[in-house]
Design a protein around this ligand. Sequence first.
Ligand code: ZN
Length: 166
Amino acid sequence: MTSSRSIVSTSAVEGTERPAAAAGRSALTGCPWHDVKSMLRDVGLRPTRQRMALGWILFGKGDRHITAEMLYEEATKAKVPVSLATVYNTLHQFTDVGLLRQVAVDGSKTYFDTNVSQHHHFFVEGENDLLDIPMSDVIVGKTPIPPEGYEVARIDVVVRLRRRAR
Ligand SMILES: [Zn+2]
């Protein structure tokens, strides 16, 4: 048995890992509200009320995959006064600073992942469910050699699933 972890991570992750964000996330224990504030400060974002509220919803429940619409719905339920446009903007700002990872499943569906470490996904078609593929399952065995002057920034694999016909 070879270790899959070394195969996947060595080639692709170099230069794209965000230790600051990852460290900030793992420190999310005990008092999420305070943690969200320092998390935002750490990446240079002003902790506005809306960012704080959305960050709290996003990061207060462990690793998750969420679309803008899902977050908007949760925010509305939590009586956070935000527009869908603000939710979009905030998600993209969080992504730009490395707090979130964007996973594009197809042209119309984009998920935001609070787990920014290198990993791949299953997408359950029809159920719109995004699941992490365990790191122990190798997907990319050999990284293709990029054209001259380029380096591999990241490898995203989405494996599409459908229910077996009976
Ligand atoms: Zn994920």
